[in-house]
Design a protein around this ligand. Structure first.
Ligand code: NAP
Length: 278
């Protein structure tokens, strides 16, 4: 690492309102992403909604207060080669993208000894490379507008790991490396980066999780069923965007683990050995 030069800090990029702004939400067909779309639409934003399932996105659009302000733009996060094209389509909608909510993702429920390598590739391709590729396609649009905010829905699994989540935790940790770097590079361009780390949120994430052979877990885990609602999570995410936060932890008492990992990692290790993580 070279010598560190301290640059004068610019005023932070505060969001006064989402009204008449354009937001792009991935993973918009369900869970946290769907609730982000409703909260943004209610706040007066134009919203581009993406995931793989077009029919589900059409339903989300119909549920919004002003459906004419919603663009359905389906794509698969593993289709790296198609990102430039969807970014161009998104730009055509209103000429700008003020907020990119990188929310689409898939979790995991399988032990390392049984997990096939292609499952690890899939977890990285969706959660990490898909997010990086989409962000790289949107950056030129934000740079042209000289402003923007990139929000990444990571996880508490981006700050520490638990059993059954090896590939998921690895992908979420990787997001922190990339987006912490991006935040520093983009500061002078008025483009902010927020990493959101939820704990347990009541969505279909466990149902949709991949298992050792790539098949779906298909079970609503108790931790998910009793977690924070997706609506509450979405509202807290928008609050963090407004406050220009760099990183936030959302959830219940599981958040304490972030601080244990930092200051008392041995204690966290012992707690996790005894914890049920489903
Ligand atoms: N729920 C939690 O407890 C929790 C905790 C921490 C972090 N998170 C994170 O929050 C984000 C949203 O998850 P969620 O809880 O709302 O779960 P969810 O209801 O399962 O939503 C996942 C979303 O990702 C989309 N998606 C999955 N694979 C995709 C692909 N290959 N290409 C494009 N889109 C894809 C899905 O839509 P399609 O099937 O239509 O493609 C869906 O809209 C994820 O990044 C997750 O890791 C969730």
């Amino acid at each position: 690492m070279g010598s560190i030069v301290f640059l004068p800090l610019k005023k932070s990029i505060e969001v006064q309102s989402f009204s008449n702004k354009t937001a792009w939400v991935t993973g918009a067909s369900s869970g946290i992403g769907e609730q982000l779309v409703y909260a943004l639409a209610k706040a007066g934003a134009k919203v581009i909604v993406s995931s793989r399932k077009q029919a589900d996105l059409v339903l989300v659009k119909a549920n919004c207060p002003n459906p004419e302000n919603i663009l359905v733009l389906p794509f698969d996060l593993t289709d790296e080669g198609g990102m430039e094209k969807v970014a161009a389509q998104a730009k055509q909608f209103s000429g700008r993208i003020d907020f990119l909510f990188n929310n689409g993702g898939v979790s995991q429920r399988s032990v390392i000894t049984e997990t096939q390598m292609d499952v690890y590739h899939r977890l990285m391709n969706i959660n990490y490379f898909g997010t990086v590729a989409l962000t790289k396609s949107v950056l030129p649009i934000m740079l042209e507008n000289k402003s923007g905010k990139i929000i990444v829905i990571s996880s508490l699994m981006g700050k520490f790991a638990s059993p059954l989540r090896s590939g998921y935790a690895a992908a979420k940790h990787a997001l922190h490396g990339f987006f912490d770097s991006l935040r520093l590079e983009m500061h002078e361009h008025n483009i902010g980066v927020l990493l959101v780390c939820p704990g347990f949120v009541k969505t279909n994430i466990s149902v949709n999780s991949v298992t050792a052979d790539g098949s779906k877990h298909n079970e609503m885990d108790n931790a998910q069923a009793t977690g924070m609602t997706a609506q509450e999570c979405a509202e807290k995410i928008l609050k963090a965007v407004r406050k220009d936060k760099h990183e936030v932890y959302l959830g219940g008492k599981e958040i304490i683990a972030v601080y244990l990992k930092r200051y008392l990692p041995g204690v966290l290790h012992k707690i996790l050995l005894k914890s049920k993580v489903t």
